[in-house]
Design a protein around this ligand. Sequence first.
Ligand SMILES: [Zn+2]
Ligand SMILES: [Zn+2]
Length: 397
Amino acid sequence: MLASPDVTPYLGQLLAFRHDLHANPELKFEEFRTADQVASYLGALGLKVHRGLGGTGLVASLRGNGPQAGQPGRAIGLRADMDALPVAELNQFGHRSQTQGRMHACGHDGHTTMLLGGATLLSRQPDFNGTVHFIFQPGEEGGAGARRMMDDGLFRQFPSEAVFALHNWPALPAGKMGVRVGSIMAAANRFEVRITGKGGHAAQPHTTVDPIPVACTLVTQLQSLVARTVDPIDSAVVTVGRIDSGTTENIIPNQATIYGTCRALRTETIDHLVAGIQRMSEHVAQAHGATAEVIVQTGYPATVNTPREARFMAEVMAESVGADHADGDVLPALTSEDFSFMLQEVPGAYGFIGNGRNGLPGVSLHNAAYDFNDDLLGPGAQFWDRLVRMWFAQDRA
Ligand SMILES: [Zn+2]
Ligand SMILES: [Zn+2]
C-alpha cells in the first residue's frame, strides 16, 4: 500500500512550472495568474477545483479508491502558499522575476510546485483510504490569507482530521528535514511608540522636552525586557527596526516614533512583552517629562504543532530522507506563519525541508539573492505522496 509512483517522469513539468511561477511573482491577494496556473494544472489531473476562498485561494480534493476509502470523516488537508514579496531580485538566471520589485524570495513558488507534484503522484495511483484536500492559499506574507480562507468556510466545506504544511528552510542543507512537537514558529506583534515632547531651538534645549534622547533611551531599555525578564530557557525577541524623528540638525522636534516587533514562542511570553513595552515606554517618557503612546498590532499567533501529528510527520520525514537526516526535534524559529491559524482549529504539523546546497546552509529567506532549490521538487512531491499513504494506512481510533 505504501508504494508510491515514480516521480521521475514528472520532474520536467514540475521544474518548468516552478520556473514559470518564479518568473511571474504576484503579491498577496493578487495571485490571479498564479491561481489560474495552479487551477489548470489541477484540472489537467482530473481534479475538481474550488476557487475564490480567501480571494485567490483554491482547493482541489482527491478521493482515494482504497478498500475503506468511503469511511466518513477520513480526510486531511495539505497546504501550500502562493504569494511573493516586494523584493527586487538580484539573481540573473533565466527564470528571474520579470516584474520589477517583486520576487518569490520565500520559496512559495517551490511550495506550490511540490504540492502539485504530490497531487500528481497521488492522482496517478489513488489507492489510499480517504480524501486529500490540496489547499493553495494566498497572502501568507502579512496578509493572513489562511485566516481569510477559513473565514470563507475552508474547513466547513473541506472538513479535515489533520492539516500539514512544509516550508523550505535554508538553515538546513537539502536532503534534511525537521519538525517538532509544540511551537515551531513564534507569535509576532508589531508595536509603535510615539514619544511626544516639546520642540524648539537646538541651542536652547532647556526650553524644550527633547524626544530624541527619550527614544534612544527607550530603545536601549527595551533590550532588557528579554535579557532580564524572560526565562532564559524560553525564547523571545524585541527588535526596533525603525526610528523616525526630526528634520535637521538645529531643530529639536516635537515627536519621535519607534517601530518594532516583539515575538515569542508562547502566548504568555508575548503578552508579558507587550505589557513590558507599555510600562517602559510610559515611565521612560515620564522620567524625562515627555509622554508616550503605545500602539500594538497583533500579528500571527504561534505555530503550534500537535504532538501526534508532529510525531507522525517526523516518521514520514524519516521514511523520506532517512532517519539520520530527519530531525524530530528541530530548533524552532522566531519567524511567524499564518498556518498557525489552521493549527488553532485542526490538529496538524508544520515542518521544514532543507533548502541549502552542497551540504551547506543556503541564502536566507527574503534575501534578494534567494532561490528555491529545484532539487527539492522531486523529494517534496514524494514526501506529500508518502504522507498521505502513511496517514490513511494508520488506524484512527
Ligand atoms: Zn516569508
Ligand atoms: Zn514563507
